[in-house]
Design a protein around this ligand. Structure first.
Ligand code: ADP
Ligand code: MG
Length: 461
């Protein structure tokens, strides 16, 4: 009996120290989150990274020997990463002395830097996503500059899907999905869920790449983007699929990609003539009690109250009824009823090529495409410019692209623009244009960021 007593006391002690450790851990976690967010905030809402891809066989005209090729490559490579923040471009015109121009960005990747390295800089944004910020990551650059490679990974020939065979070659979109699910796995089970939509913006029309008919067959169905009563951009009837893990997500994205409208140009066969927007909507449940007090200010709380709704997908309801340990007493049940949803959005964008019409030698329908692309990209530049100058009116609605991205580029959202650059001399004009776009976007300063402050998961009181 006395043995039992000793054990009971020991067990009690252990339980207590476990509780202490848990509490300390929670505190550390909160500290980490605060530090993380101030770090991200210090870096500003819009960051511009620049990736210079390697010279590739299709850059140089055919018919040169390998050694000739190598020699030419040295002089034909005009864009260099000087260090991890500076791009140097040698601008030379026949009959003129060449001028060196430099551009500064938050991060510059040289041709030898891997997909791993690029993603390491992207991952912190995803922590912010689960902390309540909307996030947008977009690749900008001319066709052939490495946008799709950076966002998705190497594409399979004749198949618009991308390869998931070699994990080290995966781009930002599949890695981001993996990271989001990893972060969610650290949260209490059932507290977050993820929905995916895949659209393309082609000739200023939005196509739903996950739309289905009653047979489950997928068609590229047109959708419209509207501004809802809360001032948020919304695409009515857009297909959102709930996904449970990264491979389900990849499967859906690949399915959507097969429908992407493409038109080969002279620059690069299979060039993409549309903007691809993959959206992950992350919904979390917060209890209404926590909810009221935790928002930093009244305005924020009001804004968010509008965003939340009390409809739970079937899955969530099922979860709740099975996890009886969580909602056993009537009081707890009532608390569950008071749960509310908060949604944050991650938009991953592979923009259409930014090249000039003359360069690609396109005419007719393709010329029409190009002019739509140019218009939407200049609308994007205008939006970023308006935000930079803190103008009261930001012209989001000048194009479907900017309207669609409104909530993840404006306000308190965090935007990463990944400029993709072909280093070859023959793309100098295009590269300079892209660097100019990035420089303009970089000037954006939007003051102190406010976040959708999630209440800390309530512990036993
Ligand atoms: P974009 O989407 O901008 O038109 P792609 O991503 O299709 O360009 O890239 C064009 C070609 O260059 C593809 O064959 C791609 O695999 C290759 N490529 C792009 N970036 C890199 C890189 N960083 N390393 C190796 N190959 C690359
Ligand atoms: Mg592409």
């Amino acid at each position: 009996n006395s043995f039992l007593l000793v054990f009971q006391i020991k067990a009690f002690d252990l339980e207590q120290s476990l509780q202490e450790v848990t509490e300390k851990y929670e505190k550390e976690k909160q500290k980490r989150r605060a530090l993380h967010n101030s770090l991200v905030e210090l870096r500003g809402n819009i960051r511009v990274h620049c990736r210079i891809r390697p010279l590739l066989p299709f850059d140089t005209a055919a018919g040169h020997s390998i050694s000739q090729e190598r020699q030419r490559n040295v002089s034909e490579k005009v864009a260099h990463a000087v260090d991890d923040e500076t791009v140097l471009v040698k601008c030379s015109r026949p009959g003129h002395a060449s001028i060196n121009k430099t551009f500064q960005f938050e991060r510059v990747y040289s041709a030898s830097e891997s997909q791993d390295t690029v993603f390491a800089d992207v991952a912190p944004l995803l922590t912010s996503l689960l902390d309540g910020y909307n996030v947008c990551i977009m690749a900008y650059g001319q066709t052939g500059s490495g946008k799709t490679y950076t966002m998705l990974g190497p594409q399979l020939e004749e198949n618009f899907a991308f390869s998931t065979e070699d994990e080290s070659e995966l781009g930002i979109i599949p890695r981001a999905a993996q990271e989001v699910f990893r972060l969610i796995s650290e949260k209490p089970p059932g507290s977050y869920w993820v929905e995916v939509s895949v659209v393309e913006v082609y000739n200023n029309e939005i196509f739903d790449l996950l739309a289905k008919d009653s047979f489950g067959k997928v068609f590229g169905v047109k959708r419209d983007v509207v501004t809802n009563r809360e001032g948020k951009s919304d695409v009515p009837l857009l297909m959102h699929e709930t996904v449970e893990n990264a491979s389900e997500f990849l499967h859906l994205v690949n399915k959507g990609l097969q429908l992407r409208v493409r038109h080969p140009t002279l620059v690069h066969a299979h060039s993409s003539r549309s903007h691809l927007v993959v959206t992950l909507t992350i919904t979390t449940i917060v209890s209404a009690d926590n909810f009221g007090i935790s928002w930093e200010d009244e305005q924020m709380s009001q804004r968010l109250n509008k965003e939340v709704s009390c409809t739970f997908p079937q899955k969530m309801r099922d979860n709740k009824s099975t996890s009886s340990s969580r909602a056993s007493s009537p009081a707890q049940l009532e608390a569950t009823e008071k749960m509310k949803q908060v949604k944050t959005r991650l938009q991953l964008v592979d923009l259409a090529g930014s090249e000039c019409v003359g360069m690609s030698g396109v005419t007719g329908a393709a010329l029409r495409e190009t002019s739509f692309i140019n218009r939407s990209l200049s609308a994007l530049a205008d939006v970023l410019g308006a935000i930079a100058e803190q103008r009261s009116h930001v012209p989001y609605r000048n194009s479907k692209l900017t309207h669609l991205l409104q909530d993840s580029v404006g306000g308190d959202a965090k935007l990463l623009v990944m400029l993709c650059i072909s280093p070859h001399q023959k793309y100098l004009t295009e590269s300079m244009q892209s660097l100019g776009f990035g420089t303009r976007a970089r000037q954006v300063q939007r003051g102190q960021v406010k976040k959708k402050n999630f209440p800390v998961q309530s512990k036993a009181k």
